[in-house]
Design a protein around this ligand. Structure first.
Ligand SMILES: CC/C=C\CCC/C=C/C(=O)SCCNC(=O)CCNC(=O)[C@H](O)C(C)(C)COP(=O)(O)OP(=O)(O)OC[C@H]1O[C@@H](n2cnc3c(N)ncnc32)[C@H](O)[C@@H]1OP(=O)(O)O
Length: 308
């Protein structure tokens, strides 16, 4: 079975089989396969690209670089989340991959977080499908069996911060214009319990309490002080530092690292798995409220006006 799955990965970059993405069941795989390309060379390195995500796997080191390439700001739309989840799932099934680096192909932005247009002016069914895909990306990254390092080469608010925190280690570019944090409160929305718990497990209770209530965004140096990121390096060194870092992690026997990680993270993964439906209902009830839609509308307009 594993061999079949691996062959599927080689031949069809974003495979049409649900088997290939057992943890990412949006039922959206076939439409995404249309725009993807892939190639593999003799040393079993490979590249694949879809509209939102590019993957380069170096077969000699076992390191895959997963680049977000969703212009203009890598906002996490349903399609983005689906493609990212499928890419990570395939790498998880690929025995030649031992760790992934998540980074951005765009300048100045790691990810603008969840795509606000997916949460505004749509119907409840759409919100439920979207939220399921948000849950899935968190479940995939937080529970990832392989090493996951975030190379944060730009701003990373809200959902972008969540995905970074779900990784094993975070390296951020030292540009003082960049910001990272869970700023949901500033949009008039509330980070759900699993965003909160991920932050508590990263920076501790008190810092999370202040961060969530104020919707605080941190500069790289402040993020380093509170432990939201593990290292701050010059922007041009972010990817090379991530590669050096992952190489150190690769020196640990996979099974020992993986079981240790699971021991730390499984209770939180299980908590969301046990309450997925109620969490979706809660999100849909919340996001469909007139007052919340109004807040999101104001926020979207303020983003546009800031530019004008
Ligand atoms: C019960 C639980 C309930 C709810 C839980 C919900 C949890 C939500 C999590 C989230 O992730 S919400 C999203 C939070 N994200 C943000 O607040 C980021 C907002 N964006 C920015 O701050 C900036 O855009 C930036 C990312 C710093 C980039 O700045 P820059 O100056 O480079 O670009 P610009 O602002 O001009 O934006 C370009 C373009 O992109 C649109 N945009 C930006 N962010 C988003 C987004 N998150 N979703 C959708 N669209 C976004 C922006 O409006 C511009 O559009 P335009 O070109 O059409 O004007």
């Amino acid at each position: 079975m594993a061999a079949v799955l691996r062959r599927g990965f080689r031949l069809v970059s974003f495979g049409s089989s649900q088997l290939l993405c057992g943890g990412c069941k949006h039922g959206r795989t076939s439409s995404l396969s249309i725009c993807s390309t892939s190639s593999r060379n003799s040393s079993s390195s490979s590249s694949s690209s879809s509209s939102h995500v590019k993957v380069d796997l170096d077969g000699s080191t076992g390191i895959a670089v997963v680049k977000f390439q969703s212009s203009p700001v890598n906002s996490m739309s349903l399609d983005f989340l689906t493609e990212l989840c499928i890419s990570l799932e395939k790498l998880e099934l690929d025995r030649s991959c031992r760790g992934v680096i998540l980074t951005s192909a765009l300048p100045k932005i790691f990810s603008a977080g969840l795509d606000i247009t997916e949460m505004y002016g749509k119907n409840p069914e759409h919100y439920a499908e979207f939220w399921k895909s948000v849950q899935e990306i968190w479940l995939k990254v937080y529970g990832y069996s392989k090493i996951a390092i975030a190379a944060i080469n730009g701003s990373s608010p809200a959902g972008g911060c969540l995905v970074s925190m779900a990784c094993d280690y975070r390296i951020m570019a030292d540009d003082p214009r960049y910001r990272i944090g869970l700023n949901e409160a500033q949009l008039g929305i509330v980070a759900p319990f699993w965003f909160k718990d991920t932050m508590v497990n990263t920076v501790g209770f008190r810092t999370t309490e202040l961060s969530l209530q104020f919707g605080l965004m941190y500069s790289p140096s402040d993020a380093l002080k509170i432990g939201l990121v593990d290292q701050v390096v010059p922007e041009e060194n972010v990817l090379s530092t991530a590669t050096e870092t992952i190489t150190k992690w690769l020196a640990i026997p996979d099974h020992a690292r993986e079981i240790s990680k699971s021991m730390m993270r499984k209770p939180m993964v299980d908590r969301l798995l046990a309450s997925r439906e109620s969490d979706i209902k809660n999100f849909v009830n919340f996001i469909t409220k007139d007052s919340i839609q109004k807040s999101l509308g104001f926020y979207m307009n303020s983003l546009k006006q800031r530019k004008a």
